[in-house]
Structures are given as structure tokens and as C-alpha cells.
Design a protein. Sequence first.
Length: 263
Amino acid sequence: MNTLRLVSLQSGSNGNSYFLESGDIRLLIDAGMTASRTVERLSHVGVDISSIRGIVISHAHSDHICGAGVLHRRYKIPVWLTQGTYRHVTTPSKIARKLGKLQEPHIFQAGETLRFGDLTIETISTPHDAPDSVCFVFDDGLVRLGIMTDLGCCFLGLGEVVETLDAILLESNYDEKMLETGAYPEELKQRIRSDIGHLSNVESAKLIQKHGKKLRWVCLGHLSEQNNTPEKTLATHQKMIGNHLDIFIASRYQCTELPILYH
């Protein structure tokens, strides 16, 4: 029986990385933790780092890419990233120094479909404030799974993609009232709320409410530590979409194992 398995190794501004398994294909989606922590989290869910076939990067922010260089060089894991992301992390900067040199990276264009055996990865351009940022849909021919964080906003065409999915890991970054009354400077608040920032709990819930009729489950991720709580996130979604859908919260501090998608 074919399956798609997703484990959130960690999700939040303190580091994002997701393990995806389809048949004998094992991938890391983003690598925003230290290499040692990534190896430890994988081991916790029964996965040896030597079995990882590739690291696929969504964008160039440190909390999504900072660990990729060490994993790539130490364990000989190939890296896939967009041209804009590669250009950004090879221009002298703090993130470039942290990442280090990538040997023969696989460069793709946003909108291109990547192939790993029977698994395809659709790459979708997002308006988040990072060069050439993308989100992903994983398709093994029978099941479709989205990993969609750092979206910027509910951009044109996003809902139509969500309507095709069987499950989704979706950002639900902030509670609007907590952000408004919190300690962040006004400039940062405006950036988070803008079309190049993040989705709020309400925006995420509206997206699922309108377009998530096919979903078996949703996992809400990339929650802000200062401007959100798991309880507020869950309550907002349950209020808006009801209790008919299984809803999970991806932890900022530990692995979150999600239901395996069987055919």
C-alpha cells in the first residue's frame, strides 16, 4: 500500500523543517535547524539521516535554510532551490556565511514540477518577502499534500490549489488582536500583516473554510511565539470551520507526527 508520510520536525521562526516520505523517497523540506538537531529529530521518528535523498528549500530566510549547508556537506545530501534563492544565499551576507558553499545545487524555476521517482513536487510562487519564494504540493499520483507556509497572503490561485489537496500543512502565524496590542514595533507589525508577510489565524481559517472541502486533515504551522498561541489558533479554526475536520498544530519545539495518507 502506497502512503505519504509527513512529520513536522519543527515549525516556527526558531526553525522550520519537515520530513516527507513516499515509498522509498525520503526528503527534507526546508532545513532551518542545526544539523545536529535535525539528525536528532529524525532519529526520534525512526529515520536515519543517511536515508534522506534531498533537501528542498522554499526560500532564503534563515529559519528555513540555515542548516542546509552543513547537512549537505556532512551527509552528502543534494539541495534543490530556486534561482533567486541561490543567488541570494551566494551573495555575501550573514545568511550566506551561515549556509556556506553548496556543491552542485539543483536549481529550479518557480512553477516547475520536480520529480523524485513516482513523487512529483509542484512548486508555486508566493509573494512572501524573500527572493523567488515558493510553496509546495506533493503528488504521488493518488494523494496530494501541500506544505504552504510563509505565503505572504492568500494570493490569486491559492484557493484553487487548496481545493485539490487531501491534506495541508498551512501557516497560521498570528492572532490579529495579539499582534495589534503586542510589543512589536509598528513597522514590523505592518510587515507581518502586509501582502508579503504572513497569514493570520482568521485568514488561514477562511482559506480552509472556503476551499478545504476535500481535506482529510489540516496541520497549522509557523505560529508566532509572541503573537499567537496554539489554543487561539485551534479555537479560531474550530469556530469558523466546525469540528468535522481533524486539525493539528505543528510544534515550535518538537516533532509533530501527522496521520499517514493511505490510498
